[in-house]
Write a protein that binds this ligand. Structure first.
Ligand SMILES: Cc1cc2nc3c(=O)[nH]c(=O)nc-3n(C[C@H](O)[C@H](O)[C@H](O)COP(=O)(O)O)c2cc1C
Length: 208
């Protein structure tokens, strides 16, 4: 896989390539889902940073995400075509190893917990959950939306469904997107736990 990664990376236009930091995510394809929050502007950077650890990154978007971030930026950041709609290519069947939703809006989180599958993001997650693929959500929104009791009730159910929450940074009346390092670290921790299932995940320290 490492060789395969190097081969695929070399085939990318030089402008799209990233510099290697590590190999921890070499065997992982990450479905990076983008929903309609202002923090969507940060996603191209997240995609590039995940690639620096060897991950293949496929971006999936909701319709609303495109109010905040363009398809070209997401394609540039991930180095792959962006899934903006479901097509005859069956993008609705999850082939990813990890699904990460950052930012995750109130709307999309509540849809996920209601079992709704009506766009590339919610459908990918429905399939991921049926397949046992780990799903990570980074809830990002105004504080009033974050404190909404229905949202909180759903977030409390996350463990039951095998959904992991990457907690927001709270400030300025907002539940803000976690830092890039916290998001990437969550992926690195997951990969590390797969390599060393006996080790306590909490004890792992990976600096990025
Ligand atoms: C400027 C602006 C910023 C927004 N930021 C957020 C946000 O950070 N979090 C959120 O949950 N909704 C936010 N919204 C509302 C969502 O865009 C809206 O609920 C939308 O329907 C979400 O669709 P999606 O979940 O399918 O992407 C924002 C809307 C606007 C106009």
């Amino acid at each position: 896989m490492t060789q395969e990664y190097e081969r695929l990376e070399k085939r990318k236009n030089e402008d799209l390539q990233v510099e290697r930091i590590g190999h921890q995510l070499d065997d992982y394809s990450i479905g990076l889902c983008v929903t309609g929050g202002i923090a969507a502007i940060e996603v191209p950077k997240i995609a590039r940073h995940l690639r620096r650890y060897g991950a293949n990154v496929n971006v999936y978007t909701t319709y609303e995400a495109h109010k905040f971030v363009g398809e070209a930026s997401l394609q540039w950041g991930s180095g792959n075509p962006v899934v903006t709609e479901l097509s005859g290519n069956s993008e609705h069947i999850c082939l990813e190893d990890i699904v990460l939703v950052a930012p995750a809006t109130t709307n999309t989180i509540n849809k996920i917990f209601s079992g709704i599958a009506d766009n590339p993001v919610t459908t990918l997650i429905a399939s991921a959950l049926g397949k046992g693929v780990p799903v990570y959500l980074a809830p990002t929104m105004h504080e009033t939306l974050y404190q909404n009791p229905m949202l909180q009730e759903n977030l409390e159910k996350s463990e039951k469904y095998g959904i992991n929450i990457i907690p927001p940074r709270v400030g300025e009346g907002k539940a803000k997107m976690p830092r890039l390092t916290a998001i990437v670290n969550a992926m690195l921790r997951y990969a590390k736990a797969q390599d060393n299932p006996e080790e306590e995940v909490e004890q792992l320290k990976l600096d990025i």
